[in-house]
Ligand binder design. Structure first.
Ligand code: FES
Length: 612
């Protein structure tokens, strides 16, 4: 079995990878998640690593296409294209950032009264005597203010000792009618829960005080499964093509969640045993992978998930770093590509509660659309593809340090980057801004074609004209030159990037139009549009309308709501009423399967055009 050395930010690890495996497999095995956007097809160029030692081999055709010549000669290769060989050493310069990120403590959701499912009762029990021979469990249960409480043997294991060592003064922890734990003394002031949002690109978590309903800590991590593909389809394929693939993906997400939980707990000084419940949302594929359920039949039509209803497991069964008896509730999904994260968005935005028609668009790796009004809730999902998360875009990246997040374009180009760092790539909001600016300036026409620098750019101001360049694949527009950028390479928007963006935004707009048609209303009748998703807060509303991601709606009706999916999970964690509501919203939703609609294709083709 070949041994490979993986070096990343000062750490060195040697891993064994079965012959026939790739360098990408070695990096994954070493716990250094390299970006594997295209799922190892050699088409995205994001899995670049540097060979330090090992046989010099000619570049593969994919490498010649994806890596500039000066980097090829410096030893850069595509990790997914290179089989492992004994004695190989690689250096990973940029990995999927795996450190915790910031999530907002405050959400858009209305503040609700804490009404948790987990309750604590402090009991002062009489000690047994020869005249009072009641067994320990019965003694405890008879002290509780409610009947019919069930207790498993797990809770009983230490009960006799706990009772006696605490002088029969204990706190019973109940999850509904299930006895979860018995703790010595009065611990009624300490009861915590987790809300988790499993995104294809990002895992987000919130630590909540169940007594007050307050969020104590919020954090996020990049989903390490990204090494095996940026979108859910490549991960489903990984499961169907590799025995052990399901287990591998499940372990990746659980291991990352435990890191996330550790981060949340250390921030709030809470012990894992004090976390008694988790409510989890995620897209349908992530829900399968998290629970270890085969998602293979989600990929081909008719896109059937293994389950729809809410599912419950214990933290102990999954190996999550919480109280082992804690219940982990996965909220229900709606369809193969409309998951419990959309149920979370509906819950948090109160979409169904108000008068008039409301639209929610969750732009992540997929685009989910919900239209509610007139007593109906319609949903659809569009295979938007992960363009907005930076995948399939030559210099695309997730919204992390150095990402170009805003672009102003008039006579010149002004860039805003996350953290004010040197530009490292473009994230979704930056891409949308850039394209809106290019459209306005005439760098591209409404069909999405970039001006030809030789023959079609005379009308442009020199500050823009000089950024256009002809390449083999068509024209491209340079946003940041190599001298400005973090990696010393030009950061450009290519003709192919524009096509990817058009596909993504076209799919979302066509999905919105189908739902409008289904409801029999026009875009003008929508009173509010909620823009959810990781970058919903950063996206410029004007740019979103300018590129035709959203229909032409007055900007003041568009409300960015950030991670509304996670907010919905928080509400369902804090409040039984909200939990019931989330479950009924999922039941009420009418899913419109776009692939079954004859009119979708025409609307999609129309929606590929930029307005103008
Ligand atoms: S080129 Fe290697 S994962 Fe895409």
């Amino acid at each position: 079995v070949p041994k490979v050395k993986v070096i990343h930010s000062g750490l060195e690890r040697e891993v064994m990878v079965p012959a026939g495996g790739s360098i990408l497999d070695a990096a994954v095995a070493a716990g250094v998640p390299v970006e594997g956007t295209c799922g190892g097809k050699g088409t995205c160029g994001k899995c670049r690593v540097r060979l330090i030692s090992g046989r010099a081999v000619d570049p593969t055709p994919a490498e010649t296409r994806q890596i500039p010549p000066e980097k090829l000669s410096a030893g850069w290769v595509l990790a997914c294209q290179r089989p492992v060989a004994d004695g190989l050493a690689i250096r990973v310069e940029t990995a999927v950032e795996s450190g915790p990120g910031k999530e907002s403590l405050e959400g858009v959701a209305a503040v609700v009264a804490a009404e948790p499912v987990v309750e604590k009762h402090f009991l002062r029990l009489a000690a047994p005597t020869v005249d009072d021979q009641q067994p320990d469990l019965e003694r405890l249960l008879s002290g509780l203010p409610l009947d019919g409480v069930l207790a498993g043997p797990g809770v009983l294991a230490n009960l006799p000792r706990t009772l006696r060592e605490s002088g029969f003064e204990v706190t019973a922890v109940l999850a509904g009618r299930r006895l979860l734990a018995v703790e010595p003394g009065d611990t009624t002031g300490r009861s915590f829960g987790l809300a988790l949002d499993l995104g294809t690109t990002t895992l987000a978590g919130y630590l909540v005080d169940l007594g007050t309903g307050k969020t104590l800590a919020a954090s996020s991590l990049s989903n390490p499964q990204r090494s095996l593909g940026a979108d859910v389809i490549s991960r489903i394929n990984h499961v169907s093509e590799n025995p052990g693939g399901l287990r591998q993906l499940q372990e990746m997400v659980l291991e990352a969640l435990n890191r996330l939980i550790e981060d949340l707990l250390s921030g709030g000084a809470v012990a894992a045993e004090e976390v008694y419940e988790a409510v989890v949302v995620g897209n349908t594929t992530m829900a399968h992978l998290f629970l270890g359920i085969d998602p293979s039949y989600l990929a081909p039509a008719p896109f059937i998930p293994a389950f729809r209803r809410p599912l419950e497991v214990t933290a102990g069964e999954l190996g999550l770093a919480m109280h082992p008896g804690a219940r982990v509730l996965m909220l229900p999904n709606i369809a193969g590509y409309v998951g419990s994260d959309t149920v979370g968005v509906m819950t948090a935005t109160g979409l169904d509660r108000n008068q008039g028609w409301r639209l929610a668009v969750d732009i992540g790796t997929n685009g989910e659309v919900v239209l509610a009004g007139g007593g109906r809730i319609l949903t659809c999902s569009t295979a938007a593809g992960p363009a907005f998360e930076g995948a399939h875009i030559r210099h695309g990246m997730r919204a992390a340090r150095g990402a170009i997040e805003s672009v102003k374009m008039d006579q010149e180009v002004t860039l805003g980057t996350i953290g004010g760092a040197a530009p490292a790539g473009i994230c979704g909001s930056g891409l949308i801004d850039a394209v809106a600016g290019m459209l306005r300036a005439g760098v591209i026409n409404p069909s999405g074609r970039l001006a030809d620098p030789a023959t079609g750019a005379a009308h442009l101001p020199p500050g823009l004209r000089d950024r256009l360049r002809k390449t083999e694949g068509g024209s491209e527009f340079i946003l940041a030159s190599g001298s400005q950028s973090a990696a010393g390479e030009d950061i450009a928007i290519t003709q192919k990037d524009l096509r990817e963006l058009q596909l993504a935004k076209g799919a979302i707009l066509a999905g919105i139009r189908i739902l409008l048609g289904e409801a029999g209303i026009t875009a003008g009748e929508i009173s509010e549009v909620y823009l959810a998703g990781a970058f919903g807060n950063f996206i410029s509303r004007a740019s979103a309308v300018a590129i035709g991601l959203l229909p032409d709606i007055p900007l003041e009706r568009i409300i960015p709501v950030g991670n509304a999916a996670g907010d919905g999970a928080r509400l369902a964690l804090i409040s039984r009423t909200e939990r019931e509501r989330a479950l009924s919203l999922a039941d009420r939703a009418e899913h419109v399967e776009l692939s079954a609609r004859r009119d979708f294709q025409d609307l999609f083709v129309q929606a590929l055009y930029f307005p103008g």
